[in-house]
Design a protein around this ligand. Structure first.
Ligand code: KG4
Ligand code: ZN
Length: 338
């Protein structure tokens, strides 16, 4: 089954064609990151306009690259939530028009389910059940993936997402948006014991977590150094901050593995590209006797291939939409897909 998949929830316009949920025939992306960089973050209005400009050409490009014709497309899938509402709407309207014109089913896909499904592309042998640490710009969750479309949230951030805190600290350090990757690169040269930063303490649900205290502590440290004219060890701060984020995430994943008995651990989302989080997770998995699934960096950030992968399983589960499909800025990963 060839699925034409569309992703436009934030600052990447992407169209992919994915066969049977696992085989990526093409994955076309037009990134807007450079455009938003001068503003230090995504400007929603600009994002929506750029999606409109790019989306049709990307779909044409996808067909050309694969040598497929329109009649070879069996369904159209799209990210319908969550994201910047104007941006998501562009993808949803394009996908509706394409499905209508082709006379093929329309499959709505939750963006975070898509991130998880990046693992199905990277690891053809991976099947649920497994645990997934989802760490993106807007979400941080530990999820038990019981089946392709049946999930349970075991723990979640109570305030900021991990990606948000990386980006905020990076921004204050003068790194270009989105700063997570630059902070990660800088951290590699630093001493992670240089600064003492707080770790999120267990709350009512021990698998829940918080990043705002850590973020504020890092920002206070930077501002205080500025005020007293003290020179900061930037690599050391980046390393200490990355260690604190990793120490918040990874022990909770280990605890989730103990609670569920699950020994397959996946990681997903833009922050899954973080070298220290990957290293800590690998060490934890080895200790547990678990297998770690960490997709290549190209599949961690936003892309349409992951949407096409999840769409296949949504279709099998009967989750298709009609022309009344709407876009949503927020929606739980557990919500009914339509
Ligand atoms: O999943 P994603 O592409 O978009 C959302 O769905 O939010 O995630 C983007 C986030 C940004 O916060 C970005 O700074 C972060 O992923 N990121 C990283 C790294 N690469 C990307 N954060 C930490 N370390 C990295 N290497
Ligand atoms: Zn994303």
């Amino acid at each position: 089954m060839n699925i034409l998949a569309v992703e436009s929830s934030c600052d990447e316009t992407a169209v992919a064609i994915v066969r049977d949920g696992r085989e990526v025939l093409c994955d076309c992306i037009a990134s807007q990151v450079e455009l938003h960089r001068i503003y230090g973050g995504v400007v929603p209005e600009i994002a929506s306009r750029k999606h409109i400009e790019a989306i049709y050409g990307l779909a044409e490009q996808a067909l050309q690259k694969t040598g497929l014709s329109r009649k070879d497309i069996d369904a159209v899938a799209v990210t319908y939530a969550p994201g910047l509402i104007g941006a998501v709407l562009v993808g949803v309207n394009f996908a509706k028009a394409a499905a209508l014109a082709l006379g093929k089913p329309l499959i709505p896909v939750h963006h975070i389910r898509g991130h998880i499904a990046a693992n199905y592309i990277a690891y053809p042998e991976l099947e649920p059940p497994f645990l997934c640490l989802v760490v993106s710009g807007g979400h941080t969750m530990i999820i038990e993936v019981k089946d392709y479309t049946n999930m349970q949230i075991l723990g979640t951030t109570l305030d900021d997402a991990a990606g948000e805190s990386f980006d905020k600290v990076a921004r204050v350090l003068g790194m270009p948006y989105p700063g997570g990757a630059a902070l990660d690169a800088m951290a590699k040269q630093g001493d992670d014991t240089k600064y003492t930063l707080p770790r999120s303490k267990p709350g009512v649900n021990p698998l829940d977590m918080s990043f705002s205290g850590l973020k504020t502590a890092a920002l206070n440290l930077i501002h205080h150094a500025e005020q007293v004219g003290e020179e900061l060890d930037i690599p050391g701060l980046c390393a200490s901050f990355s260690a604190a984020v990793s120490d918040t995430l990874v022990p909770r994943v280990v605890q989730a593995a103990h609670i569920t008995g699950c020994r397959k651990i996946a990681v997903a989302g833009g922050v899954a590209a973080n070298s220290r989080i990957r290293r800590y997770l690998q060490a934890a998995a080895d200790k547990l006797g678990a297998t770690l699934y960490a997709p290549p960096l190209s599949l961690c950030g936003d892309n349409a291939a992951m949407i096409g992968a999840q769409a296949y399983y949504e279709f099998i589960a009967g989750n298709v939409a009609d022309m009344g499909l709407n876009a949503y800025a927020t929606k739980s990963i557990l919500g009914e897909t339509v």
